[in-house]
Design a protein around this ligand. Structure first.
Ligand code: MN
Length: 250
């Protein structure tokens, strides 16, 4: 299994989840929500071939944590995976919108400057601003749009920019989510849980849960086996499309 957007550090028992993911060989992109959370998480989740910790700055936290920006850009030099980053346009975060947008643009530019990164991006109610910034600035990095909920036009725009999409079980149950999944070519799809925020029967999804693969296989009219093969192939091609290797740079 692959879970390309999981807040592994935010479960009640992160180390148990981390250990079990290692035992099962589950590939997890452990996104974080602030530069300091990234540092702490990286300290705890060490020596794993399959759990990768991503350097994040969640748009909902940008206003409160803007003083961590220097730390973020310092860590960015050494980290291949960046996320969760992005812009949130929901009413509650309107007063930080300009700051969010500026920081997001700077992150994309700096990632280019550093040779390209793999990015896990939040774009709720800010789809066109997110895509506009990627359109203007992104050349070497690869963007994975997490829980995308834009229009069909936005999906086409994102695809023209080479974006990928990480899909969670919730998206498979809404009409717009289903339309989006149908419009995305098979070679741009990755699964995610966004756990522990996304839950089933009051319990957070676990990174090795196969529900998302079953739902995707159904929506794409494929067998679960074929869907799994496509997902692993996609993952390998995404990872190898950005050449930055932190060990070689140390
Ligand atoms: Mn998230």
């Amino acid at each position: 299994m692959i879970d390309f957007h999981c807040h592994m550090d935010l479960y009640n028992n992160p180390m148990n989840i981390f250990r079990e993911a290692n035992i099962r060989g589950t590939t997890v992109l452990a996104v974080t929500t602030s530069p300091r959370a990234y540092r702490a998480t990286r300290e705890h989740f060490q020596n794993s071939d399959n759990v990768m910790v991503a350097l994040g700055f969640h748009p909902e936290l940008v206003a409160a944590r803007i003083n961590e920006s220097n730390l973020f850009f310092d860590e960015l030099k050494r980290c291949k995976f960046i996320g969760e980053i992005g812009i949130v346009g929901a009413e509650r975060f309107r007063n930080s919108y300009t700051v969010q947008k500026e920081l997001f643009r700077t992150i994309i530019k700096e990632s280019e400057e550093q040779g390209g990164r793999i990015l896990s991006i939040h774009s709720r109610k800010a789809e066109s601003d997110v895509l506009g910034i990627l359109d203007e600035n992104m050349r070497k990095s690869k963007a994975v749009l997490h829980w995308f909920n834009g229009t069909q036009r936005d999906v086409k725009w994102a695809l023209s920019l080479g974006c990928w999409f990480s899909i969670n079980p919730k998206m498979c149950s809404t009409n717009n989510g289903k339309r989006i999944i149908k419009a995305i070519p098979l070679d741009k799809v990755l699964p995610e849980t966004d756990a522990p925020f996304i839950q089933v029967n009051g319990k957070p999804y676990l990174p090795w849960d196969e529900t998302i693969v079953e739902l995707l296989a159904d929506l794409k009219s494929l067998s679960i086996n074929d869907m799994n093969k496509i997902i692993s192939r996609n993952y390998s091609s995404l990872i190898s499309s950005v050449s930055f290797n932190p060990i070689a740079n140390e």
